[in-house]
Every structure is written in structure tokens, then in C-alpha cells.
Design a protein around this ligand. Structure first.
Ligand SMILES: [Zn+2]
Length: 322
């Protein structure tokens, strides 16, 4: 750091200190990917954040305490969710508002719960149990806390709402016969869609950030998003391209994912899914459910994440609302 400071002093008149710092850290915004990765650790220490368990309670309490250090404007939505088999679960959505008076707003969302079962694990014996959820849950939350750090220091030009939603990953992702109600998953976003924070709440656009910490980051455009809000997809992938991140935000459409954006699209919000569903190590992609994909397996662990991947998505997210 000392030599960097000296360099900055020497060259600040020529090229500006920020650009020199950027070359050292790789950051392209005020977002701190290394710090974001640190925010994964306390969550994993709680254990799997499965609804109805003490770890789930602790995680929500932790998010609320952490985000209140970064903004005074926090809304908690609490309710009891009945699942498809009649189980009753305590649920909480946490909404943190930055620049709360701004009428032009952007909505970012990520789920904070962990799926109860590792039902894609190649080891059948492991499928009944839960899993750490390092990428599927903790990484998105960590990214949002780090976004809070940056937006506390420099408030965004538009209003930004960070929705930490609950109960995304409980059970099956199939809709009922109406095609619009998901009886066993996407609980938090269905609740949010029915209880928007303001009457007439209509953000300029919304982005769901899901499974964005994978070391081998490959984010393709998601089909439901492209169909519902092509201009938002274009905006996000263009911003990534402008930052030099087309290697990670690949401008190709690859399959649809039933995810937390769907209930919001269903009430007319323009929300897309930024999701790296090819969650594997070897760098050439892997189909969800294949033996080398860590999605919904006990292999969804801290070592599969990287600060650099969080840096990439954090830079894109922060630049979009700068
Ligand atoms: Zn999941």
C-alpha cells in the first residue's frame, strides 16, 4: 500500500490516483469484492439458513443489524407461510432503501434462505440433508451488504431498494393450475409482489442477483427475462461490456430459469434474473443437475466462491445506479 500511495502522489497529476488504484485492485467501482467475500463467512457459521430453524432466525437478525448500519430506512415484512404440504413457516423479507426520498427507484433482490435438501447431490445419501448454500443464498446477501457499504459512502443517483427475500428455495418450483401461483417456492417475492412498499411502486427496473459468487463466473442472458424485459437485459449486459466484463456477462441467451423475478414480472414490474446456473469448476459450463454441477448439492461451499466474481457483479450493480 505504501508504494501504491507513493505512485499515486507521483502520478496523480498525470493520470489520476483512482485509475492507478484500479489497476492494482481490479475494481472498477467503489464496490469491494474482497470485503463482500468476508460477508459470506458469518452466514455460513450460522449453518444452513433453512426456514423454521434457529440458523434462519439468526441470519435474518444479522442482515437487519448489518444493513441498519448502512441505511436508516429498513422495512421488515413478517408473515407465516403455509407450504404445499401445510407446513407453517416464519418468513421475513428485508427491504433496505437508499436515497429513500427519490421517486425514480431501482429494485435489486436476492434470496437469503437456504434450500432444506441437497436434492441434486450425486451422492443419494446426502440428498435428505441440507447444504451450506455458500453461492445459493449467502453470496447474494454478501454482495448486497457490500453494496450497502458503497452506497452509504456515496449515495446512488437514483433511489435503490435492496430486497433480501425469504423462502425462495423451499420446495418445487412448479406453478399451480393458474400458472401464476407458486405453492412451494418463491414465497418471499410472491409476498412482496402482493405487499409492495408504496402504493403504485414502480421501479425503473429491477435485477435479481442469484448465485453470483461462483469462481467460474459465466452469466448468460435468461430467457424469461429476455421475453419480459429485454431493455433491462440490454442495459445490464451493455454496462458489463462497458466495464470490460463480457467474458463473464456473456451476451447470449441460454434457457429459462423459474426464479424470484417471475412473481414480480407477473405484477408488471420490469425485473430480470442475473443468475449463473452453470455452477461448476472446470470452466466450460455444466448443465444443472449434472454430477459436476454444485447447485443444490453439499458441494455448495465457501471454496467455490471468489472475491473477483463478487467484484465483477458488484461493479456492474453499482455502475447501473451511479
Ligand atoms: Zn437454490
Amino acid at each position: 500500500m505504501l508504494s501504491l500511495s507513493i505512485l499515486c502522489v507521483s502520478f496523480v497529476a498525470l493520470s489520476g490516483c483512482d485509475s492507478i488504484k484500479d489497476r492494482f485492485s481490479g475494481a472498477k467501482s467503489a464496490f469491494d469484492g474482497k470485503q463482500a467475500l468476508e460477508y459470506v463467512k458469518p452466514q455460513l457459521a450460522f449453518g444452513p439458513r433453512v426456514p423454521g430453524t434457529p440458523a434462519h432466525e439468526k441470519e435474518a437478525d444479522w442482515i437487519i443489524a448489518e444493513i441498519k448500519k448502512r441505511t436508516d430506512s429498513v422495512i421488515v415484512q413478517s408473515w407465516t407461510q403455509t407450504t404445499a404440504d401445510g407446513t407453517k413457516l416464519p418468513m421475513r423479507n428485508i427491504i433496505a432503501r437508499f436515497n429513500p426520498k427519490a421517486t425514480q427507484r431501482v429494485l435489486y433482490l436476492t434470496h437469503w434462505d437456504t434450500r432444506p435438501h441437497a436434492d441434486q447431490d450425486p451422492n443419494f445419501g446426502a440428498r435428505a440433508g441440507s447444504f451450506p448454500g455458500a453461492n445459493d443464498g449467502a453470496a447474494g446477501v454478501a454482495m448486497f451488504i457490500a453494496l450497502g457499504d458503497a452506497m452509504k459512502k456515496t449515495p446512488p443517483s437514483v433511489g435503490v431498494d435492496l430486497l433480501f427475500d425469504d423462502g425462495e428455495d423451499w420446495g418445487a418450483f412448479d406453478p399451480d393450475s393458474s400458472g401464476k401461483v407458486y405453492p412451494d417456492a418463491l414465497f418471499g417475492t410472491q409476498y412482496f409482489a402482493a405487499h409492495l412498499p408504496d402504493p403504485g411502486y414502480k421501479p425503473l427496473f429491477g435485477v435479481l442477483w442469484d448465485m453470483i459468487g461462483d469462481k467460474d463466473l459465466q452469466i448468460y442472458q435468461e430467457q424469461i427475462s429476455v421475453d419480459a424485459a429485454p431493455e433491462v437485459v440490454q442495459r445490464v449486459w451493455q454496462t458489463a461490456a462497458d466495464l470490460g466484463y463480457s467474458k463473464y456477462f456473456i451476451p447470449q441467451v441460454k434457457g429459462g430459469v423459474t426464479d424470484d423475478h417471475v412473481p414480480l414480472i407477473n405484477v408488471g414490474l420490469r425485473v430480470i434474473d442475473v443468475v449463473d446456473i452453470d455452477y461448476c469448476a472446470h470452466g466450460i459450463g455444466c448443465a444443472p443437475g449434472s454430477p459436476d454441477n454444485y447447485h443444490h448439492t453439499t458441494q455448495d461451499t465457501f471454496d467455490k466462491l471468489s472475491a473477483h466474481s463478487l467484484q465483477v457483479v458488484g461493479d456492474v450493480a453499482l455502475t447501473l445506479v451511479k
